[in-house]
Design a protein around this ligand. Structure first.
Ligand code: NAP
Length: 309
């Protein structure tokens, strides 16, 4: 089957031919209709998990998928051939990803049925970004309706999902973006959008929420200094969270997604209820993966990029 892989950490991804996988006991083979790009994909290609998990090369990239069950492996299984499914294919060894025509997934892992009424294309955009947003709101920061949160990097995948899910919970989102995204962020449910290229985030945040925000969720800062600068915009006793490991010990939460099938079910329900819909900003064939990954690395994401094998 065709797939996109790197031959070594840091190498340019390329289209390769690898054997079509066979589902083992309790697994399903999914024919992928859409794979979605996450920054994690190029981070893994760069060696993010080197030394922390076993890898196979050529390392097929990609985590998120939506498609249909093509073959059910031996033994009991909750899925049948033809089921519409979506999820994350993230089990070790790293390198059996979803930028491919097929992927095998254990039926009890991060896979869920796509309910009637939710298109596969819409479902494909959701897994990592949507589960991250949902879990941050459920367990990452404790917020009550009416509370305010400063969301740094709000225009991308996680940010767009978080803005919508937070607004559905009556939270007041102050979105930090680069560029004039006021209209788009307000349409997603933000009460205020700050263009970090045009104004001081500190001054604009103080104008939006005098006294400091109840929480800061930082999707952007890769170092503690930048994280601290945003965290200082919180009221005393507020909560700060980083998705990039930038929170210094004792000063905030370094969030790590614990992905589950149950979380995917909750996400699909939220999508069906109209609480979250991730805009797709581009759809490409596998040949375009290298340039799409480079573009994402450079920033500027305004929704999700999908690949069609
Ligand atoms: N820890 C976890 O479990 C976990 C889970 C999911 C994601 N993540 C991480 O969280 C980060 C965000 O993920 P994502 O899927 O939302 O990425 P994405 O879709 O690529 O979006 C990132 C967004 O950040 C914006 N941005 C970059 N620098 C900015 C700045 N200085 N100020 C404001 N906005 C800025 C980018 O737009 P502009 O460049 O135009 O500003 C882009 O819209 C990634 O690093 C990802 O790896 C971690």
């Amino acid at each position: 089957m065709r797939a996109v892989a790197v031959q070594a950490f840091g190498a340019t991804p390329e289209v390769v031919h690898v054997p079509k996988p066979t589902p083992g006991p309790g697994e399903v083979l999914v024919k992928i209709e859409y794979a979605a790009l996450n920054p994690f994909d190029w981070q893994v290609a760069d060696g993010l998990l080197d030394g922390r998990a076993p890898h196979v090369f050529p390392l097929v990239l990609g985590l998120d998928f939506a498609g249909r069950v093509d073959v059910v492996g031996p033994g009991e299984n909750r899925f049948v051939v033809g089921d519409a499914v979506y999820g994350q294919a993230g089990r070790p060894p790293v390198g059996t990803g979803t930028y491919a025509e097929y992927v095998t997934v254990p039926q009890d892992s991060t896979i869920a049925g796509v309910p009637d009424g939710l298109a596969l294309r819409a479902a494909a955009a959701l897994p990592t970004a949507g589960m991250t947003a949902l879990q941050i709101l459920r367990t990452g920061v404790a917020l009550e309706p009416g509370d305010s949160l400063l969301l740094v990097g709000a225009a991308g995948g996680v940010g767009s999902a978080l803005t919508q899910l937070a607004a559905a919970r009556d939270l007041r989102v102050v979105a930090v973006v680069r560029g004039d995204e006021r209209e788009r962020m307000r349409a997603l449910g933000a009460v205020y959008a700050i263009d970090a290229t045009e104004e001081s985030v500190r001054e604009a945040c103080a104008r939006a929420v005098p006294g400091g925000v109840d929480a800061v969720i930082d999707l952007v800062s890769a170092d503690t200094e930048s994280f601290d600068a945003y965290a200082s915009l919180m009221r005393p006793g507020g909560a700060a969270l980083s998705t990039r490991g930038a929170a210094p010990p004792g000063k905030g939460v370094n969030f790590r997604l614990t992905a589950t099938g149950a979380l995917l079910d909750a996400l699909a329900a939220a999508a069906l209820a109209g609480e979250v819909h991730l805009p797709v900003d581009a759809e490409y064939p596998l040949e375009k993966v290298p340039e799409a990954l480079e573009r994402n690395r450079a920033g500027g994401a305004r929704g999700k990029t999908l690949f069609v094998p």
